[in-house]
Design a protein around this ligand. Structure first.
Ligand code: GLU
Length: 466
């Protein structure tokens, strides 16, 4: 079948020997550049990094850019930057190098075509010349016949084309996709072992999935299997939204090697939000809290989001954190069985609570450095900010006023602007303390008045109390 991809002269064996098996575990993060870094991806990356450290393995970054239509121009660059800001370290991968690359799918087309060509030569896949109009017609017939929609059985017309017909179509310049011919009998089930969920299974697929599109590039299902084989992945940790397609991915692996994948599939749950009483996925496009960058822009300490995400993904993390409040998060003894099974709801109040405690525990020197970092280039005088954040710091009962550095500007707005308040003073009693605070800060509570007066200075205090 050299008429398909005539320029491909390699065999799968070439790549299988080029990328030898590893001696350690290998985990990967495989984001698609269809948006900036999602907090779910950050949470999974942190979990993989911990697992990789604890098993003394390799953690690599692969960019899955097969969906060029949905690609966001600077997404890859910004995702790499965001991983870096949160201290997620990769041992190899895109921009990091390594011996198992290229680590970006758009540079691996030749590899995918080599495997697809080989599948066709072995009768495990075939070219499909159906146009979208043909597929639409099939769908109408299937709807009328109340049969499963898809390319299967009698409806998979291209599976029976002879070599001569295929040659003719190609000579006529007809575009074609490559489809897999499933080999697991319909009606049986495909099972696998997930170290966190236990034994899992799904019905064998009947649909003949596309493994190469008519432009010669693969969809995720095929690309992921080839890449994880050649990059010698030991654990495919990916969002639960991929769980339903796992039978298809195993089927693709079976077609290539007659065996099931050697890696373990782990599907942590996806983070959701409550929308009018309905749970839906936290979306990069709709929810600003979905993006890891948002929390940096708002001045959350990085550890606050890290601790929160690890709490969402690992059911025993919160307890461990209570028992080890100052330990590095990487010391957490990760266990697969403790990965959550139900989709957690994103809860900003819980994140704020974690963050307040983290900020409260920081020393004056740490706070000063973080304030400088957050306000750099923002044209805001930080002397008074540092002074107010020093109040009660490094004591037994530190203040827990703020959850993020951006909150300083609202929580302590009186440092910069005179409050717009008036108070009725009873001439017989004079000004109460409470009233004094209101005039100075516009608030009923806050740090001690002595401290506030010292920070504002006598002239400003006199002007506010006039
Ligand atoms: N590229 C897929 C995504 O961004 C990742 C799936 C995987 O990790 O295999 O959802």
């Amino acid at each position: 079948m050299n008429i398909l991809f005539p320029y491909i002269d390699k065999k799968p064996e070439h790549y299988l020997s080029k990328y030898p098996p590893r001696k350690t575990t290998a985990l990967r993060m495989a984001p698609s550049p269809t948006g900036y870094l999602h907090i779910g991806s950050l949470g999974m990356a942190l979990t993989c990094r911990m697992l990789s450290n604890q098993s003394k393995g390799v953690f690599y970054l692969r960019i899955e850019d097969t969906d060029q239509k949905r690609e966001v121009v600077d997404a890859t660059e910004r995702m790499v930057a965001a991983f870096n800001q949160y201290g997620v370290r990769f041992d190899e991968g895109y921009t990091f190098g390594g011996n198992y690359g290229p680590y970006i799918q758009s540079e691996r087309t030749e590899i995918y075509q080599t495997f697809a060509k080989n599948l066709v030569e072995r009768g495990r896949a075939y070219p499909c010349f159906c146009t979208s109009a043909d597929l639409e017609k099939t769908r109408e017939i299937q709807t009328k016949n109340k049969t499963d929609i898809g390319y299967h059985g009698q409806y998979a017309t291209c599976q029976n084309l002879t070599e001569a017909q295929i040659k003719q179509n190609i000579t006529d310049g007809k575009p074609f996709a490559i489809r897999l011919r499933p080999s697991t009998p319909a009606g049986t089930r495909i099972g696998w072992n997930d170290p966190s969920r236990g034994h899992m299974e799904l019905p064998a697929i009947i649909n003949h999935p596309i493994i190469l599109k008519s432009n010669g590039t693969p969809p995720y299902n095929f690309a992921h299997v080839i890449d994880d084989v050649l990059m010698r992945t030991s654990h495919v940790v990916r969002g639960e939204e991929w769980l339903p397609s796992t039978a298809e991915h195993i089927e693709i692996h079976r077609a290539m090697f007659d065996t099931d994948p050697t890696w373990a599939y782990v599907h942590p749950p996806v983070i959701c939000v409550d929308e009018d009483g309905r749970k839906r996925k936290l979306s990069k496009r709709k929810d600003r809290h979905a993006l890891a960058e948002t929390f940096i822009e708002n001045g959350y300490p990085k550890l606050a989001l890290i601790d929160y995400l690890l709490t969402l993904y690992n059911t025993d993390y919160e307890m461990w954190r209570i028992e080890n409040p100052t330990a590095p998060y990487a010391d957490f003894p990760f266990r697969f069985e403790k990965i959550g099974k139900n989709s957690p709801l994103f809860d900003i109040n819980k994140l704020n609570h974690i963050s307040r405690n983290i900020i409260a525990r920081k020393t004056k020197a740490e706070i000063n450095a973080e304030v400088d970092e957050y306000f750099a280039g923002k044209n805001i005088e930080t002397t008074k900010i540092k002074a107010i954040l020093a109040v009660d710091r490094e004591t037994e009962k530190p203040r827990k006023d703020i959850a993020s550095y951006s909150e300083i500007l609202t929580e302590y707005d009186y440092l910069f602007n005179r409050p717009n308040v008036t108070v009725e003073i009873d001439p017989t009693k004079g000004m109460t303390m409470k009233q004094k605070r209101m005039l100075l800060t516009g608030r009923e509570t806050g740090p001690s008045l002595d401290a506030i007066m010292e920070i504002l200075g006598p002239k400003e205090v006199a002007a506010r109390l006039k």
